[in-house]
Design a protein around this ligand. Structure first.
Ligand code: MG
Length: 383
């Protein structure tokens, strides 16, 4: 085969994690950790193929994790063994038929591995049989004797090892075969024990190994970015005894015409959220030609957009709605509108704002032909 194969080790049970199911299948920003880790290698120009090592019980989880992506570089997953070392060995042996030149061994629970770190490890393999991303130790290290603090350990020559650990394939395969039955903490140690040379390359602080639920939450926060979306809508007046605005029926000498309840404010709000998540518009989700939406309450539309945001792992930071009309007067209903919009989405009221303005008698709203509304949604969404 030649080239460089990334071996993603994901056969562990993650006993320290405490979530439901193995941690490598927990989602981060809507995508399993393993999928994120694999994607980084699949998309890297220096990597020719990616092979996962999974637990036999996780076949379904693995299939879901890699579904709907074009994995042209993906080799069939192989099953791991009783220990991480055995799992790596199984992965290496599976490649022996068509041996690659290089192999990068990476933890499936390190979802943030960057393209530049992958590139640096590959580059270092020109010089040595092994390459290891290392981070400096910044905290003072102490030796503990029971509850008593003992000697300070000099940290200058110490480093924290990460993955991907890169190797020339024949060297690491031979080292693993030689290590048979002897346990090492990582693959660099396996190669060192066999007499190979491992170079250090600068590691990356963001390339953390997710070990606890706390790690996962911290990463979720770090991944979030702020996005905004805008919405605009107009409905014209027609016969009626009130208008629906922000999910409330406001008494008025006219109604608003529309396919649904014509709640112009909720339509603008729905489009603002759909805009923030880049998922089309209200007409695409609820076609006005579809009879099932005739006369329905527009709170369903807003709730649907909000649920789509949540399904992507996102959260609403703020929704600001402006209603543009001469009549009815919005002011007396403003607080109730804020409360209703917040209730529709099950968010705190301080995340919703409803404002109103006239157009000083100008234009179609000034002529009292209809009501316009605009909205801006600010959301947090995983990058
Ligand atoms: Mg509308």
């Amino acid at each position: 085969m030649g080239g460089c194969v990334a071996l993603i080790v994901a056969a562990g049970r993650g006993m320290r994690f405490g979530g439901d199911g193995p941690k490598q299948y927990q989602t981060l920003g809507g995508a399993p950790l393993l999928r994120r880790a694999m994607k980084a290698f699949v998309h890297h120009p220096g990597v020719s193929a990616v092979q996962a090592v999974i637990h036999p019980d996780d076949a379904m989880l693995y299939a879901e994790a890699i579904a709907d992506l074009s994995w042209i570089k993906l080799l069939p997953a192989v099953h791991g063994g009783a220990t991480r070392q055995q799992s790596v060995r199984n992965g290496l042996e599976a490649l022996a038929g068509k041996p690659p030149d290089l192999v990068l061994i990476h933890d499936g629970a390190r979802p943030m591995v960057s393209a530049s770190l992958i590139g640096a490890v590959i580059e270092a393999l020109r010089e040595a049989e092994g390459a290891l991303p290392c981070l400096p130790v910044v905290d003072t290290l102490k030796r503990l004797d029971g509850g008593k603090v003992g000697a300070t350990v000099p940290r200058e020559s110490l480093a924290r090892a990460q993955t991907p650990q890169g190797f020339r394939y024949p060297a690491i395969l031979a080292a693993h075969r030689k290590a048979d039955g002897v346990d090492f903490t990582d693959d660099a140690a396996v190669l060192e024990a066999a007499g190979g040379t491992v170079l250090s390359v600068p590691g990356d602080e963001t390339n953390i190994k997710v070990t606890t639920m706390e790690d996962l939450r911290r990463l979720e926060g770090a991944l979030m970015e702020t996005r905004t979306g805008t919405g605009f809508d107009v409905h014209k007046f027609g016969p009626g005894d009130g208008v629906w605005l922000c999910g409330l029926k406001i008494p008025h000498s006219q109604g608003l015409e529309g396919h649904s309840d014509a709640d112009v404010a909720l339509h603008a709000a729905t489009d603002a959220i759909l805009g923030a998540i880049g998922d089309g518009d209200i007409g695409a989700h609820f076609p006005p030609t579809d009879p099932q939406w005739r006369g329905v309450s527009s709170d369903r539309f807003l709730r649907h957009a909000y649920d789509l945001l949540r399904a992507r792992g996102g959260a609403l930071t703020h929704l600001d709605i402006t209603i543009i009309c001469e009549r009815p007067k919005v002011g007396p209903h403003r607080a109730a509108m804020v409360a209703r919009v917040a209730e529709i989405m099950s968010v705190e009221t301080h995340r919703v704002s409803v404002k109103a303005t006239t157009t000083e008698g100008l234009g179609f709203t000034g002529r009292r032909e209809g009501i316009a509304a605009q909205a801006v949604a600010t959301v947090k969404l995983s990058a």
